[in-house]
Write a protein of this length. Structure first.
Length: 177
């Protein structure tokens, strides 16, 4: 499975592509950051994020896009920019018919480090180790994007089984009602 991880942000939007399957070695295919100038108008910045993500989708042809689920922060302006960049990533993938999965920051941290409370340095260190890299990807947004892709690859089989079980349960209830 080839997954494009997106750590949404308006100034720095982390992107990383990982290829592999759960239980086997994973391979990083690419990592980077889509940047936009802070002094630019919001509409122009969103266009730059879209163009950057479209370039990654064209180059790597992922089967799925994993995006960090936006969570509430104290700085509403930061939350808005993150949510807008997240929506752009989801739109780009959906426009191409590529499934999108959302993962919370604590879910990603737990999947990659074993602790949902891990800090950025711990996530970067584990991403480096898991992908057999010579150094942690910089900036942290890039490492976080790879962590999102790893999280999805590892959790997708279990999530699929759970969804199938729920669907089967609903189908059974529908026949007995």
């Amino acid at each position: 499975m080839r997954v494009l991880g997106v750590d949404p942000g308006l100034t720095r939007c982390g992107v990383g592509v990982v290829d592999g399957v759960a239980g086997q070695s994973l391979t990083m295919l690419g990592v980077g950051v889509v940047r936009t100038p802070a002094d630019e108008q919001i509409g122009a910045r969103l266009v730059l994020v879209e163009q950057g993500i479209e370039t990654w989708l064209d180059e790597y042809r992922p089967e799925l896009v994993a995006v960090e689920r936006v969570f509430s922060q104290h700085n509403m302006r930061t939350v808005m920019g993150t949510a807008q960049a997240s929506a752009v990533a989801m739109l780009c993938a959906s426009r191409r018919g590529i499934p999108v999965a959302l993962h919370t920051p604590s879910e990603v941290k737990a999947a990659v480090t074993g602790s949902g409370r891990a800090d950025k340095a711990q996530v970067g260190a584990m991403v480096t180790r898991l992908l057999r890299l010579s150094a942690p990807p910089k900036p942290a947004d890039a490492a976080d994007a790879l962590a999102l892709a790893i999280c999805h690859i590892w959790r997708a089989p279990a999530q699929n089984r759970l969804q199938q079980a729920v669907a089967a349960q609903h189908a059974t209830k529908g026949r007995t009602a």
